[in-house]
Design a protein around this ligand. Sequence first.
Ligand code: EPZ
Length: 428
Amino acid sequence: MSTEGETSLDKLIITGQRRLTGHVEVSGAKNSAVALIPATLLAEGQSVIENVPRIRDVEIYMDILQGMGVKTWWAGEKTLAVDPSGLNGTKAPYDLCKKMRASYYLMGVLLGRFGRGEVAFPGGCDIGSRPIDQHVKGFQQLGATIAIQRGIVTLSAPNGLAGSCIYLDVVSVGATINIMLAAVLTPGTTVIENAAKEPHVVDLANFLNAMGANVKGAGTDVIKIHGVNKLHGTTYSVIPDQIEAGTLMIAAAATQGDVVLENVIPKHLDPITAKLREMGAEIDEDGDQIRIRVEGPLRAVNIKTLPYPGFPTDVQQPMTSLLSTARGTSLVTESIWEGRFKFVDELKRMGANIKVEGRTAIIEGVPSLSGAPVRATDLRAGAALVVAGLMAEGETEVSGVEHIDRGYETLEAKLRHLGAEIRREQEN
Ligand code: EPZ
């Protein structure tokens, strides 16, 4: 695997039009893991997190914590242990923080636990402007002072923190999580209104409650947090990855496949399932499994990305690949990240007929795509190009694989297991 920012040496070579069949296990959720890992620092004792995906973003987080004196180690294949007792300061290392967005959760954690912190302004996927004004507003309403200088966010609370009512102007997953992290140890009651309802917001609330916090209402748009004095370490299992599951469902549909996904929460997949059914896929849910079958051509549909329980922006790009060969005209509106249609130019090189007007892509379904060398410029764009490669006639070379490695655990091995012809090679 390569580190974001370093030159990738890997590319994926896909020979398309191989039907995917069989069973595949979905990994633990990336976006949940990267919130739970820093949350462990809110306790003095050791925590154990199970079902953690072995992805680059998790490795970067482990490196960040180790740089702060925290011991992290794999206690099992997917079990991560964190012992924060050696935490030696409130500064998060800049070189690592700039590599991943979720490093900004250390702002809430350090502020909540120590009343101060210094964290580099976060990096992450280039998918559009990514402001943190709602995080800052939330911290300020708890009583913090925030200064942003030379790429470093410095947080302090000269007069201490106190619970408060915070109304988010936009539904933000990151701000909701960061305010929760800051508020669990803050005296008094904090109310977050217009909170994000994503599954990983609920997962974090459950994790914090398992550590002794008092968080209520996660999964609705009002979250109430009663501050407690102390949290303790705990053992907890990460929820399945909604986005990886959605990507694999789309990959199955893209190859007229018949695939059973194991270790999923079907409810989390409702917005994706509904659209795939509308396109003509047959989908059956059974406990923690979901089966998707496609026979014959798929129909065009219209999609608008929205906060949960709407259609997830993180699945928009793979879905756009799939729609590029659906019968008819699809309209896809991206309402969260304006940069998430940049990859459409790569799809066009494979023969897709897509016009982007502002935040909407107009997709005229073509009979098939043809393999080509393409480059991933962000995580989900990478997954989308893999889906396109699986559908295309001939060979597709996807470069920029370091983006995929940040968030998908062994994607090509899972696809190969299902019958895809896909291999990893070093780029020249
Ligand atoms: C989280 O990003 C996810 N990342 C993203 O996953 C996901 O695309 C996004 O939520 C939306 O679901 C993690 O969980 C680590 P937001 P986040 O704050 O928290 C605006 C992936 O591929 N906004 O919910 O950064 C913002 O511009 C990714 O796995 C403000 O205006 O997203 C956007 O339009 C990448 N001010 C909207 O809100 C703020 O202070 C939603 O952003 C914060 C956000």
